[in-house]
Every structure is written in C-alpha cells, then in structure tokens.
Design a protein around this ligand. Structure first.
Ligand code: AMP
Ligand code: ZN
Length: 265
C-alpha cells in the first residue's frame, strides 16, 4: 500500500483506518524509496489492532530499466539504508525538474512549486499525470502515462537507480527479505524473461510478488510454479495508491480457489 509519503493519496493514518474498515488484519505500507509512511503509521496501526509489517519498495536499475524490489520485515532505522534512500530520492527530484522543464518548454502551465503545494514534498509521475488532467490535456492518469510520461514518451526522463543487486543486498543488511515486485510489469518475454528470473535468483532474491491487482489466474499460476521451482517466498500486494490508481482497491487481488496462503510475519 502506498501513502502520501510517496505517491499514494491517503495519509498513513487515513490508509490504516480504511484498511481496518475493509477487514484487513495484516498489511504493509510499502512506499517508494522511503519508510516515513510506515514510521508515521506505526502507532495508528497499534491503536487499530492491525499488524503493520515494515516495508519499502525500492526503485532499482536492471539492464537499463526500472525494476521495483520490495523489502519486508526490515529495520527502518538501520543506518545502511539511509545513503541508498538519499541517493534515490535526490535523483527523483532531479528527474522531476527535468520532466517539468520539458513540459514548460512546450508551453504547459506546470511548475514544481505548484505540484509541491498541492501534493507535498514527494513528487512522482502520478502527480504530473494529475496536473496534466487538470489542465485538460489528458483524460485520465493512464492516458497521461501512455501519451506523455511513460518510457519512450515525450516528457519521460530516465532516473538513475541503484542496482537491483545492491538493493537486495541492502534489504538483507537491514534484516529484511527482498521480493521482486509485480514481475510482469517489465514486459519481459521468452528468453529475456528466463534471464530475468535467473538474474533475480543469482542476486539472492527471497521471493516474488505472485498475487497482484490485475494479474489473472493464469499469470498467478505461472508465478506460483516459478516460486515453487526456486523455493521463493510468495507475497501478494494490491499496490493501492488511492485516487492515483483509481482502478485499484485496497486488499483486492485475484486468488485461485486452490491457494493455500502461508502468512509470513
Ligand atoms: P515515478 O516513481 O515518479 O517514476 O512514478 C512511478 C509511479 O508511476 C508508480 O506508482 C507506478 O506504478 C506509476 N506508473 C508507472 N507507469 C504507469 C502507467 N502506465 N499508468 C499509471 N501509473 C503508472
Ligand atoms: Zn507508486
């Protein structure tokens, strides 16, 4: 789940209240490149009787593309995490400024200051998408990504990432387990997919996100098979972002009838 500490639209407290309303008992705030949302929400979770698993979603680089690695059960105060997060956060800001400049050069009325005023300190492409929507330039957030913001489109600027391998190592150094997030999102197929899985294994990944909003039962079955072959931990995530991803609701993923869920706490 994402909060306003990254690119979700509910504050950690609001999100946890919503999780409680939905009947959720165990959950993880896995904001992009920060554990601030988790730290903010910890007390509220206790108050509500929810188990809040410490988590993060780190943006990493693998073969020139951005691959997300989830860290679960890690110590948010471990000093080895800070330099990594500083690097990733700083580079996000650099990238944001460049994307906004490209839009401004095209005459689009957008500014970093206005985005910060509206959405807080942590800005990501979903906020830019919302701004483009407000200006009437796109019809939805996904339209904004498809036409302007995704890799290969006009206003996309690449971020510098820490390597996939380093991120996994850091999560381990903080006592956590490293999980490959939404494995199909990177559009690998055939030999490239096989290489991706092999590289994840060689990088010492602990598990894979099998249950994910939008993945159908066939996709889930394939991922379950891969997890079994590699002896990987299986996790699930809705990737809830509030109104930044309006098609996703909290705690909702497809789960086959045959699924036996093992909780990792
Ligand atoms: P950023 O970290 O600023 O590069 O933005 C990444 C965020 O944008 C993540 O929450 C992604 O899930 C979201 N995102 C990436 N591609 C798309 C897309 N095509 N449509 C909607 N959201 C997307
Ligand atoms: Zn996000």
């Amino acid at each position: 789940m994402h909060t306003t500490a990254s690119d979700g639209t509910l504050s950690p407290e609001e999100l946890l209240v919503y999780a409680k309303e939905k009947g959720i008992e165990y959950c993880a705030i896995s904001d992009h490149d920060t554990m601030d949302g988790y730290l903010q929400g910890k007390e509220k979770a206790k108050e509500l009787g929810l188990t809040l698993i410490p988590a993060i979603e780190i943006s990493t680089g693998y073969r020139g593309i951005g691959v997300h690695v989830l860290g679960y059960c890690l110590d948010p105060l471990n000093p080895s995490l800070e330099p990594v997060l500083n690097f990733v956060q700083k580079d996000r800001v650099r990238r944001n400024h460049q994307m906004i400049q490209l839009m401004q050069e095209d005459g689009i009325d957008i500014s970093y200051e206005k985005l910060e005023e509206e959405y807080g300190d942590i800005i990501g492409r979903p906020h830019m998408a919302k701004a483009l929507m407000k200006l009437g330039l796109v019809s939805s957030i996904s339209d904004a990504f498809d036409r302007y913001l995704k890799r290969g489109e006009k206003y996309y600027v690449k971020r510098e990432y820490i390597s996939f391998v380093d991120a996994i190592e850091k999560i381990h150094a903080c006592g956590g387990i490293a999980i490959l997030a939404h494995p199909y999102q990177y559009k690998y197929e055939g030999k490239d997919w096989e290489q991706f899985m092999l590289d994840a294994k060689n990088a010492d990944i602990d598990g894979i996100e099998v249950y994910y909003s939008g993945y159908d039962l066939e996709q889930i079955d394939t991922l379950l098979e891969i997890a079994k072959e590699n002896n990987w931990i299986v996790t699930g995530g809705s990737d809830y972002h509030g109104t930044n991803k309006p098609h996703i609701d909290l705690g909702v993923v497809n789960v086959p009838d045959s699924c036996i869920c093992k909780l990792l706490i």
